[in-house]
Design a binder for this molecule. Structure first.
Ligand code: TXA
Ligand code: MG
Length: 329
């Protein structure tokens, strides 16, 4: 199969609509990361997503809908705070897990009784969802375990020959996947941290829990238990207090004939003068937006990425640290 990358135009959106309606999977832009989309009610198409990615069959997918879509066609909304969250953060990088009404095919939810829903704010993605007028399930458009893509070219590098079309909607501005929030209970619970932070959710609901997952637990959001986001090169991870260790490992790698790169936020770059650096940027938002891009750049040019952790886990740093541990830890 040849894989086309097309910019978003009326024609390419129409082509994407045709392909999706005919059971194909298509690479689509969102404001967080690129997705691999299929019509959510089409079992065969949804199975293709799992095949193309090599995704474990117990890891359910997020249904993406247009901003004017009536969610109650797909799920039960059980608590008043859910409407307030929707009002405040949708469309945007927030995914809500609710009781499914069983409209979306069972392959998409892996036989479970909940459904994760999100309204992407990306303009091109909104246009596609509007003309298609059906929910689209879409995991990140990378091969399973690899780093999530934030450009159409990243998607192509993983899925060339496996999908007919990738819609190019520019670089994803968010840069890390949506916050996944379980809203089936009295108090919302974060299953995956992201750009809509615990603090932001608390400002609307008063309380917000964070799901803790230990190795081997039967977890509520299966995706979090897998190895994830790994670039195709060696990695190491140190805290900001371990700058000496970063420098030692860097020197050792050079001696061993390797090409090391240090990945850190801009404020630390002064500690690594004369060394190869992948600069993540200054603010938490900037860092999130650059993280996967830098990991994917790094795997091309480095044998070893030595990453430095964030200074704390407040706000957006929580989501960033979660990805850093999984990609480089
Ligand atoms: O930003 C995003 O969320 C991107 C873009 C493409 O929208 N999508 C994405 O999908 O990251 P994926 O499949 O890579 O990650 C979905 C996460 C997984 O951790 C999965 O376990 C969790 O959401 N999830 C999906 N459905 C769920 C459900 N019913 N209950 C609990 N967790 C669920
Ligand atoms: Mg993913």
């Amino acid at each position: 199969m040849t894989t086309q990358i097309l910019p978003i135009t009326n024609e390419s959106l129409e082509l994407a609509k045709q392909l999706l309606s005919n059971g194909q999977v298509v690479g689509i832009p969102t404001e967080t990361v690129y997705g691999l989309g299929a019509v959510a009610t089409d079992s065969l198409a949804v199975k293709k997503i799992f095949e193309v990615k090599g995704r474990p069959s117990d890891n359910p997918l997020i249904a993406h809908v247009h901003k004017d879509y009536d969610l109650t066609k797909l799920v039960e909304i059980n608590h008043p705070y859910v409407y307030r969250l929707m009002q405040e953060f949708m469309p945007g990088p927030l995914t809500l897990v609710m009781q499914s009404k069983g409209v979306v095919c069972k392959e998409a939810v892996c036989g479970g009784d909940t459904l994760a829903i999100r309204m992407p704010s990306h303009e091109g993605c909104q246009q596609l969802l509007k003309i298609l007028d059906m929910p689209v399930v879409a995991p990140s458009a990378n091969l399973s375990k690899h780093t999530s893509p934030v450009t159409a070219r990243h998607v192509y590098n993983d899925l060339n020959g496996l999908v007919p079309l990738i819609l190019d909607g520019g670089k994803s501005t968010g840069g890390i996947e949506s916050t996944v929030l379980d809203v089936t209970g009295e108090v919302p619970r974060i299953l995956r941290a992201g750009l809509v932070t615990k603090e932001m959710i608390e400002s609307v609901t008063g309380k917000c829990l964070i799901a803790m997952h230990k190795e081997g637990d039967k977890v509520k959001s299966p995706g979090v238990k897998y190895k994830h986001y790994k670039p195709n090169c060696q990695t190491a991870l140190f805290t900001e207090e371990q700058i000496d260790k970063v420098n030692l490992l860097y020197e050792q790698a050079l001696k061993d004939g390797q090409k090391p790169y240090i990945m850190c936020r801009s404020d630390l770059i002064g500690e690594f003068k004369g060394k190869n650096v992948l600069d993540l940027g200054k603010t938490p938002k900037e860092i999130a937006s650059n993280l996967y891009d830098k990991l994917l750049e790094g795997e091309k040019i480095a044998d070893l990425i030595i990453a430095v952790e964030m200074p704390n886990e407040q706000g957006v740093y929580m989501g960033i640290m979660n990805r850093l541990r999984k990609s480089c830890g």
